[in-house]
Design a protein around this ligand. Structure first.
Ligand SMILES: *[C@@H]1O[C@H](CO)[C@@H](O)[C@H](O)[C@H]1NC(C)=O
Length: 192
C-alpha cells in the first residue's frame, strides 16, 4: 500500500515536472503547419532533427509557444550558407506557416528556403518580426505583407528578391527595414 502510494506520488511529481519543463502542448494545427513547412525546405538536416511526429512541437528546436500552445516564435539558424541561387520558376514556400495565428517572430538565417514569400503570411496578424536573412528567397515581395499591422522589423537582406518593393510597406510602423543585397528595382519605401 505504502509502496503503491509512493509510486503514485512519483508519477504525479514526474507529470508536474514535465508540464513545468515543457510548458504548453502544441496545438495540432500548428504542429501540422510546421511539418508541411519542413517538407518544403530542401536541405533540412540538423536543424530539424527534433521535429519528430507525435511529439510536442513546443519542444522542437527553434520553436517557442505561448500559453495557449500556439507557436509564438520560429527561429531557425542553418549552419551553412545556402550555395546556389534556386533554379526554375519561383514557387511559394511556407504557405502553411500562415496558419500559425500566434506567430510573433519568424526569424530564419541562412536556411535554404529557396522560394517565394507566400501571400498567406499577410494573415499573420500578430507578426512583429520577419527576418529571412540570406535564405535564397526569390520572386517578389507580396503586397499582402502590408497587412501585417504589428510588424516592426522586416529584414529580407541577402536574397534574390526581384521586382519592386510594395510602396504600401511605408504605411507600416516599421522601426527596422533592410532589403539590401537583393535584385530589387526602383526605390525602397521609406520608414519614419
Ligand atoms: C526574434 O527572434 C530572434 C531569434 O531568436 C531574436 O534574436 C530576436 O531578438 C527576436 N526579436 C524579438 C523582437 O523578439
Amino acid at each position: 500500500m505504502a509502496a503503491g502510494l509512493g509510486a503514485w506520488a512519483v508519477v504525479v511529481l514526474a507529470t508536474t515536472l514535465a508540464t513545468v519543463a515543457y510548458g504548453q502542448n502544441c496545438k495540432p494545427v500548428d504542429s501540422q503547419a510546421l511539418k508541411y513547412f519542413q517538407l518544403e525546405i530542401v536541405f533540412g538536416g540538423e536543424e530539424f532533427k527534433t521535429w519528430q511526429d507525435g511529439t510536442n512541437c513546443c519542444t522542437w528546436d527553434g520553436v517557442t509557444c505561448n500559453g495557449n500552445g500556439n507557436v509564438e516564435s520560429l527561429n531557425i539558424v542553418a549552419k551553412d550558407v545556402p550555395a546556389a541561387r534556386p533554379q526554375g520558376d519561383p514557387y511559394l514556400v511556407g504557405t502553411a506557416l500562415g496558419d500559425l495565428v500566434g506567430l510573433k517572430n519568424l526569424t530564419m538565417l541562412n536556411v535554404a528556403y529557396n522560394g517565394q514569400i507566400p501571400p498567406a503570411w499577410g494573415g499573420l496578424a500578430n507578426l512583429e518580426v520577419l527576418n529571412l536573412d540570406g535564405c535564397n528567397v526569390v520572386g517578389s515581395i507580396p503586397e499582402e505583407l502590408c497587412r501585417l499591422g504589428n510588424l516592426h522589423t522586416l529584414i529580407l537582406k541577402g536574397n534574390f528578391i526581384s521586382g519592386s518593393a510594395p510602396e504600401c510597406l511605408s504605411s507600416l510602423s516599421l522601426s527596422s527595414l533592410d532589403l539590401s543585397g537583393n535584385q530589387l528595382s526602383g526605390s525602397v519605401p521609406s520608414i519614419p
